[in-house]
Design a protein around this ligand. Structure first.
Ligand code: 13P
Ligand code: SF4
Length: 337
């Protein structure tokens, strides 16, 4: 973990130091306001540690749907907070900084999706959870990285599938399901697209005994599977995983070192889950600037001032909810939360 992100060496973010008094104040305000704090695995370590729950997009969606708190403070990016609002319309949903967007969600609009659908009448639309509520409203079923293969496999084989917006996750799903009738939108996440096959191969060659934990949004995911098939990478060590599944695999693996191809915030949960294993980022520059907008100062402000509140128009939320609930019903095959 970079020293600047260590909870043992708190640094000021936006003029606020995430020390013990900050943590106490956050917890006091959360109790006072009947708020549950959810944090994605890419959040700053301090935010992950003060949250009630830390997890991947699927786990956090399920917690948002089931929790009894009257307010959800979503420490993640905007589409995640929107998804919580869609699932829990009666609750107040706050995101500590509404500017925390997602380059992948921005890579398709509802108008573009409508046009694409008109070119493929009768096709099922599968949208990754990293999409706006409006795009979800045009979708038959959503998926996350932990259940994308199972979601597509659940659809009748004779119907075309439009998969959006992530091209790397789409290629992975196409390969895993063996379906030829999947059309893939050419979107990408700027952080994961930058983790490429050459970089991964070089790091893996230098550490032949290390496990490779690879998020399927990475530019290197498909080439890693190809290289494993060709024998250039150790097949049993290449693991394509959602962020939540990475934590489970960290507890299960016999490896003593792991190269991690995803956003660097992930290293914190992995190191907590398996302190005896050395986890290193394949690309240490893979930091999502949107995730890092949720600073300790922003979280404090959210709880003190009740902002930024996330709202989704009822007509869009109603349509989007069906697609998200279908995704939740499939869950993560073979996995926990
Ligand atoms: P997970 O669904 O694996 O948490 O990933 C979400 C995300 O935004 C990846 O960039
Ligand atoms: Fe979006 Fe990429 Fe950031 Fe994930 S890492 S929230 S996909 S921009």
């Amino acid at each position: 973990m970079p020293e600047s992100q260590s909870p043992l060496n708190p640094q000021p973010y936006g003029g606020v130091v995430a020390d013990a008094s900050w943590r106490d104040e956050v917890r006091r305000l959360a109790d006072e306001q009947d708020a549950v704090i959810l944090a994605h695995n890419y959040q700053l370590p301090e935010i992950q540690d003060v949250a009630d729950h830390t997890g991947d997009s699927l786990a956090l969606s399920r917690i948002a749907a089931d929790c009894t708190a009257s307010t959800i403070v979503f420490c993640g990016v905007h589409f995640m907070a929107e998804t919580a609002k869609i699932l829990a319309p009666g609750k107040t949903v706050l995101i500590p900084d509404a500017r925390a967007g997602c380059s992948l969600a921005d890579s398709i609009t509802a108008a573009e999706l409508r046009e694409w659908k008109s070119e493929h009448p009768g096709a099922y639309v599968v949208s990754y959870i990293n999409t706006t509520a409006e795009v979800k409203g045009e979708t038959d079923i959503c998926c996350t990285s932990s259940n994308a293969v199972a979601v597509v496999a659940s659809l009748p084989e004779d119907r075309d599938v439009l998969f959006c917006p992530d091209q790397f996750l789409g290629s992975y799903v196409k390969r895993e399901t063996g379906r030829s009738n999947i059309h893939i939108w050419a979107g990408e996440c700027h952080v994961h697209a930058g983790i490429n096959g050459a970089e991964l191969t070089e790091r893996a060659a230098a550490e032949p005994d290390a496990d490779l934990f690879i998020h399927p949004e990475c530019g290197c995911a498909t080439s890693a599977l190809y290289l494993a098939g060709e024998g250039a990478l150790p097949k049993d060590r290449v693991k394509i995983l959602s962020t939540g599944s990475m934590v489970e695999e960290a507890r299960a693996t016999s490896a003593t070192s792991v190269l991690v191809a995803t956003e660097i915030g992930m290293l914190h949960q992995l190191r907590k889950a398996a302190p005896g294993i050395t986890f290193e980022a394949v690309n240490e520059g893979a930091s999502c600037r949107y995730m890092k907008m949720i600073t300790p100062a922003a979280l404090l402000r959210a709880l003190r001032e009740g902002r930024d509140e996330v709202d989704v128009p009822t007509d869009i939320a109603d349509r989007a909810k069906n697609a998200v609930e279908r995704m939740i019903a499939i869950g993560r095959p073979g996995g926990g939360e």
